[in-house]
Design a protein around this ligand. Structure first.
Ligand code: NAD
Length: 489
């Protein structure tokens, strides 16, 4: 039993002024898990430390010809695997503590789902709504140039992805700038993920995080022992679900829970308020209603709930905060009625609330695992870019023909006398070669399911909650990488 806080160098973090900030909170979770490992304190200290953090200040020309100096950051938390990987956010409150904390969470997230990257995170201190598209393009291209000059971006160095305030458009600008800087680098497409499909993106990336949330919750509901403890039936079917946030993650999570899991979405919360219907809401109908009326309120047959925060206290089996951080606090945790909370957003439950919910016997599935679907599929995009071929392109036709050969052999050997129509049907049903989307989804499902079981085993073995169990998994895997490299004998 050893803790990194016991390290004589632990004042390094204090020197960054972050001991009590977000990075400090992440380190507290790390320390709680580290207590259950037997790695030496120096190794733990190296895992927990943020390897590199760089601050940029660069000028851009605004549309009115004035010059503005823009501040930006990139943190590379851990180089135990390369490249480092993590989102790039555009938000006015981006700061050194936040990017360090989020980059650390990326290291742990990648380790938990066996994605071979170190963690990184970056941000530009702007409110993107206050800038024209041309200005945003100038900022993005100049920031990319600055990162490239300082060796903070590249297919084998550090690979950004979308985050708050950025999307496919910004990723395209980054890729194009890198093309211009290093036009002879065959792999430059892999310098960034989250690109549009036509520009090297991968099918299935858009819905990946929400789909991963669905796979993770579905796996949790398979365990009879765990469901008995919560007084719930095994499986997702007919479980009542409330989702906060109908954006990328919340919408896709809700849709897969409804369509594939046959769960009952009873409540949906958005920025303007929430709606509740114990008989169930159709997610796509709610989205259509919101597009038509600019609000989810007044949805036919549903009760309006005054605020999004109030929706968190609705009666349900599963609660999925998928919008903001810090929405479940010591104030509202006692009123939460859900038996399972799936942290789809980053950091929706404060540490005080976490303790209250654990006391209440709630099964909390932590963000550091549950929203890892995005980075998992980013990994598949990066692999596609390095291999320069669409996933499934070489095998799809072959698999299709193989299935047909097998069915015809069965027909011959068993005298089944399949007619051509039946053969065609069977080939379509059984033997269709896998498309890129099929392969991506299959890889995602396997990743999320496998990781859940590893975390659950840690929970059982160490008698801890799921968050601590997830951190134990991350620490063990990163320590193993360092040991394999021979850095720590
Ligand atoms: P998004 O911007 O697409 O969606 C967020 C939604 O939340 C928006 O529809 C917004 O209107 C809504 N919202 C804002 N305030 C709200 C409130 N008070 N109550 C209810 N809804 C509110 O963002 P996203 O990509 O879906 O990300 C959501 C969360 O998931 C964030 O914490 C993000 O860091 C995390 N996350 C996202 C991904 C990804 O791949 N997109 C990956 C990992 C983690």
């Amino acid at each position: 039993m050893s803790s990194p806080t016991a390290s004589p160098q632990s004042d390094v973090d204090t020197a960054n002024g972050t001991e009590h900030g977000f990075f400090g909170q992440v380190n507290q979770m790390f320390d709680a898990a580290a207590e259950h490992t037997d790695h030496q304190s120096g190794v733990l200290h190296q895992i927990r430390a943020c390897d590199n953090i760089i601050r940029f200040e660069f000028p851009i020309k605004r549309d009115d010809d004035s010059i503005q100096v823009i501040r930006a950051y990139r943190a590379e938390h851990s180089h135990h695997k390369k490249p480092t990987k993590g989102g790039l956010r555009y938000a006015p409150n981006v700061n050194v503590d936040e990017v360090m904390a989020l980059s650390a969470l990326m290291s742990y997230k990648c380790a938990i789902v066996d994605v071979p990257f170190g963690g990184a995170k970056g941000g530009v201190c702007i409110d993107a709504r206050n800038y024209s598209q041309d200005e945003l393009e100038r900022i993005t291209r100049r920031f990319t140039f600055e990162m490239a000059r300082k060796d903070f971006i590249g297919p084998g160095t550090d690979v950004p992805a979308p985050d708050y305030g950025t999307g496919e458009r910004e990723m395209s600008w980054i890729m194009d700038t890198m093309h211009q800087i290093g036009d002879d680098d065959l792999n430059s497409l892999a310098c960034v993920t989250g690109k549009p499909v036509g520009q090297g993106g991968v099918r299935g990336r858009t819905e990946a995080t929400g789909k991963g949330v669905f796979y993770g919750i579905r796996e949790a509901c398979q365990y009879e022992k765990d469901m008995n403890r919560l007084g719930l039936d095994v499986g997702l079917e007919d479980k009542d679900v409330v989702v906060q946030g109908l954006g990328n993650v919340g919408y896709h999570a809700a849709r897969f829970l409804q369509d594939e899991g046959h769960a009952n979405i009873v409540g949906i919360a958005e920025i303007e308020g929430a709606i509740y219907d114990p008989d169930g809401l159709d997610v796509d109908d709610v989205v259509a209603h919101r597009q038509e009326t600019d609000s989810i309120l007044d949805f036919p047959g549903a009760e309006n709930i005054e605020t999004s925060a109030k929706a968190l206290e609705l009666p349900c089996d599963i609660l999925i905060p998928a919008a903001l951080e810090g929405v479940i606090t010591a104030d509202n945790a006692p009123d939460i009625q859900a038996s399972i909370i799936g942290e789809a957003a980053n950091g929706p439950v404060t540490s005080e609330a976490d303790a209250i919910l654990t006391e209440k016997n709630v099964l909390l599935i932590p963000d550091v695992y549950l929203n890892a679907g995005g980075v998992t599929v980013s990994y598949f995009e990066w692999l596609r870019n390095l291999s320069h071929v669409r996933h499934g392109r070489m095998s799809r036709r072959f698999e299709e023909q193989n299935a047909e050969r097998i069915l015809r052999a069965v027909d011959e050997l068993t005298d089944q006398d399949f007619n051509e129509q039946l053969l065609d049907d069977l080939i379509t049903r059984i033997g269709f070669g896998a498309s890129e989307r099929d392969l991506v989804n299959s890889g995602l499902e396997d990743t999320m399911t496998f990781a859940y079981n590893e975390i659950r085993e840690n929970r059982e073995e160490h008698g801890v909650d799921m968050r601590t169990a997830a951190f134990i998994s991350a620490i063990d895997k990163i320590a193993k990488s360092y040991n394999q490299m021979g850095i720590f004998p």
